[in-house]
Write a protein that binds this ligand. Sequence first.
Ligand code: GLA
Length: 363
Amino acid sequence: MSISTFAPGRVEILGNHTDYNGGVVLSAALHLGITATGEKLPDGLVELASGDMGNVEKFDRTKGLQRTGQWTDYPLGVAEMLARAGAEAGGFAIRYESTLPTGAGLSSSAALEVATAALLMKLYPFSLSRMEVAKLCRRAENEFVGVNCGLLDQASSVFGLKDHLVFLDCRAESVKNIPLPSHFGLLIINSGVKHALVGGEYNERREQCFEAARHMGVEALRNVTMAQLEAAEMPDLAKRRARHVVGENERVFQAIEALNSGDGELLGTLMTASHRSSMDNFQNSTPELDLLVELAIKQKGCLGARLSGGGFGGAIVALVEMQDADRVLFEVKKTYEAQTHHEAAGYLCRAGDGALPPDGSGA
Ligand code: GLA
């Protein structure tokens, strides 16, 4: 008998590059994501197929799994981490269907991991808290796939809630869902310029953040205020990187207050400030992302916009009044495509549900 699970992609709303610095993030799960449909196979046998890729890839886990550099590393990594956690998933066949654009920075990899974990935990019943699932999927990506991401993508895919943002505190490893008023839409516009997270820039930025934390004698940049950072002695580049991260943490807390008082203007302003900090301090934007943000924030009904996710390409997210969303997208697309000759694919999203329903533990 086959079973299906769905795990959404995510969009980062605020809190850029804060997750691996013990910081705070606001994100949303999307209505776009990956559906995994699978069934049991005899022990050790694994068959993976993707709607997009055609072929069925076959593996025998009794012979040990090696990373191949293909998309199959993500599900295999999850099976491996489940086994390490004591949940031996026997054999399985899974077919994946995706509605997520790849390379847009909407975390198709986390959706792939989380959909796999949710499915395997149904095929071979095993109970883990939602936070444990998110962390296990991140471990699969860090240790098996070999990408040093933080917890944001997996946690958003697990903990999303319709019409709510996900507030993730990476130091406390806790999540709260915060209502997003229904007249706001999240307009995602892909710059059409490829994002390659496995590339060195992400790891380089990470190292620079850790370097700043070392200079300040703290375990993570989360433990630093802006005043302390500005007063500290350290190389200019490390300080600029840290300024972005510390500023992002501050903006996330301000955004939560803005959401609590229904102040969409302020939320939008904080998002645009985040983008400016990416441009000036973290230098993880691109000319295309900058252009998309400038075009978006000029439009009536757009409250703010910023790059979302790792950066170095991918998509922006704009906070828009639902009633104006189509016009904002039309205007931005028209000018962007005329100026850059890249396609600007747009997706109007509302915050959607995560892969795992609340388990009541609050974990
Ligand atoms: C990527 C990573 C996340 C996070 C963001 C930047 O999406 O996978 O863990 O670091 O970049 O905030």
